[in-house]
Design a protein around this ligand. Sequence first.
Ligand SMILES: Cc1cc2nc3c(=O)[nH]c(=O)nc-3n(C[C@H](O)[C@H](O)[C@H](O)COP(=O)(O)OP(=O)(O)OC[C@H]3O[C@@H](n4cnc5c(N)ncnc54)[C@H](O)[C@@H]3O)c2cc1C
Length: 401
Amino acid sequence: MLQSILLERKIYASEEHKMMQNMIQDFINNELLEHIEAWEKKGMVSRAIWERAGELGLLCIDMPEEYGGSGFDFSFSALFIEEMGKKGISGPGFSLHSDIVAPYLLTYGTEAQKQKYLPLMASGKMITSIGMTEPNCGSDLQAIQTTAVDKGDHYVVNGQKTFITNGYLCDMSIVAVRTNPGTPQEGVSLLIMESGYDGFEKGVPFKKIGLKAQDTCELFFDNVKVPKENLVGEEGRGFQIMMTELARERLTVALYVNGSSEGAIEQTIAYTSTRTAFKQPIAQFQNTQFKLAECATSLQLQQAFMDRCVELLVRHELTPETASMAKYATTEMNGKIVDECLQLFGGYGYMWDYPIARMYADNRVTRIYAGTNEIMKLVIARGLFKELFNEMKRKKNAEND
Ligand SMILES: Cc1cc2nc3c(=O)[nH]c(=O)nc-3n(C[C@H](O)[C@H](O)[C@H](O)COP(=O)(O)OP(=O)(O)OC[C@H]3O[C@@H](n4cnc5c(N)ncnc54)[C@H](O)[C@@H]3O)c2cc1C
C-alpha cells in the first residue's frame, strides 16, 4: 500500500536493479531473518553468512570486477543497504566493510594492497573494520593518541580503539594512528593492521541497548610491528582522507535509516489494519491515519533527497555538507517515525520479538555514530559561514606574521 502512493525511485528502476532487489529480498527473508535471535544471543553473526553474502556478490558491490567486486555502481550498494534497513537487519556490518573500508583501499591503497585484500574482502573470507574512535576521543579525531613509531622498514603501534563495528570478527582493520606527535592534523596516518599480528588484541563485544548481533568492541595494540607497506595513502594524510571518506560513510547511515523508515511504516500499516480496539481496526481511528500520513510524507521527502545524494555519490560529487545534511535529517526523522509507529503497536511495540522494537533500539545510535548529529550541524554551518571563517583565519595569520 505504501509503495503505491510513493513516487517511483528512478535510481532503482532498471531491470538490473529489480533483479538485484529480488535476490537481496530472498537472501534477507530466507537466510538472514531466521538467525537474528541466535546472533543476538551470541553477540555476533556467523562467519558463514559473510561468505554467503560474498558468494551472492553482495559484498563490495560497486568494486571493480578485477578485484573481485561485482562491478556495479553505488546505486546497487545503496539498494542493498536500504533493503537491510527495511527489515532491520543490523547484525552483519556488511556495509561498513564494503562501502567504507573497501573504498579506502580502492582509492588510496597501493596496487599490492588492493591485490592482497580486496578479493578476500569481496568473497567474505576476510572481515574488516575501521578504527578511528578512542576512549578519549570520538568527535575530535585530531586528538587521537594511538602512536605508530617509525622504525625504518616498519612501525611500532601502541594504543587502543573503541566502539569498533565488526571489531571482534575482523581479520583486518584500517586504523588511524599518530605518526607525528607534534602536529594535530598532519600527524595522523592510516595503517592496515591484520588481527593476527603479535600484540593486536580484541575486547569482548560490548553489551549495547541495540545492535545486539553486532560485534562492536575494543581493539588493543601493544608494540604491534606493522610493515611500512601497510600505510594507506601518504604518511600524515590520514586526517584529510578520513574527512573525505566520511561523506560516503554518512550517506550509508542515511540510506539504512531511510530503508528503516519505509519498513517501519509498512509494518505499522499491516498491524493497524488487523488489530482491533472498540470493535474496529486501529487503522480506522483518525489519529492512526494522521500519524501514518505524516510519516509517509516525511518518508517521501527523505527518499527524494536520498535519490539525489546517491546520484551525486555515483558521480563522485557528494559534498561533506550534503552528506551531513542527509545523515542528520534522515536519522532525526527516522527517530520520530519509528517512535510514532511503535506507539501504534501499543504494548506489543515494546516487545523485543516485534521488529519495530528492535528498530527503536537499534537506530538510536544512528544519531551518534559516523559523527554525531551535532558534528553534522557543525559541518553544515562551516559551509554556511565559509567566507567569514576564511577571512577571520586570514586576519589571524596576518597578525601572527
Ligand atoms: C555502536 C557503535 C558503533 C561504532 N562504530 C565505530 C567504528 O566502526 N569505528 C569507529 O572509529 N568508531 C565507531 N563508533 C564511534 C562513534 O563514531 C563515536 O561514538 C562518535 O563519533 C561520537 O564520539 P564519542 O563517543 O567520543 O562522543 P564525544 O565526542 O565525547 O561526544 C559527546 C557529546 O558531545 C557532543 N560534542 C562533541 N564535540 C562537540 C562540538 N564541537 N560541538 C557540539 N557538540 C559536541 C557530541 O555531539 C555528543 O553529544 C561507534 C559507536 C557506536 C556507539
